[in-house]
Design a binder for this molecule. Structure first.
Ligand SMILES: O=c1[nH]c(=O)n([C@H]2C[C@H](O)[C@@H](COP(=O)(O)O)O2)cc1CO
Ligand SMILES: [Zn+2]
Length: 159
């Protein structure tokens, strides 16, 4: 009989997104994303980080203070990184697994890239204008979004 406790496709791809998030240098929120085609092949991954070439140690990671001295003006979001990291052509018809509901800016990129489904883990900023705007756009263009349903499986990686 075949092994029974293998991970589902959803758990597999959200697991990859969660693992990608572990690369983030952000001390408050680590976000990871994984883009998958309709044949369940992974096309791209990303996490939130400073633009390539911007030294992590010289960039601000603060949340508050003078805007120029906070991370927000500089950090590249996980979803955008996953989209931009793809060098294989079109993402049309793909779905994106992401550990945090995409912001309005990433949502624009998701729409323009032709991604057709968003699966998210956390929606901790649901009450912000950014997330409300994101959902408004997704609804308008018919991109479906659903929260990842936990399967009660705890996976420990002995790295
Ligand atoms: O969809 C997203 N994707 C993403 O990568 N991020 C990143 C930007 C920041 O590095 C961090 C959010 O920081 P904070 O929770 O401290 O405000 O997450 C944030 C969002 C949603 O705002
Ligand atoms: Zn974003």
């Amino acid at each position: 009989m075949k092994r029974q406790d293998y991970v589902s496709w959803d758990a597999y791809f959200m697991g990859v997104a969660l693992l990608s998030a572990q690369r983030s240098k952000d001390n408050n929120t680590q976000v990871g994303s994984c883009i998958v085609n309709p044949h369940n092949k992974i096309l791209s991954m990303g996490y939130n980080g400073m633009p390539t070439g911007c030294n992590d140690d010289r960039m601000p990671w603060e949340r508050k203070g003078t805007p120029l001295d906070t991370k927000y003006l500089y950090v590249c979001h996980a979803e955008l990184n996953a989209i931009l990291n793809y060098s294989g052509g079109s993402l049309r018809g793909a779905r994106i697994y992401t550990t945090l509901f995409p912001c309005n800016e990433c949502t624009k990129a998701i729409i323009q890239a032709g991604i057709t489904e968003v699966i998210y883990y956390s929606d901790k900023y649901a009450d912000t204008d950014s997330t409300i705007a994101a959902k408004r756009m997704l609804d308008m263009v018919g991109i479906t979004y659903r929260q990842y349903q936990k399967e009660g499986k705890e996976l420990v990686l002995d790295l």
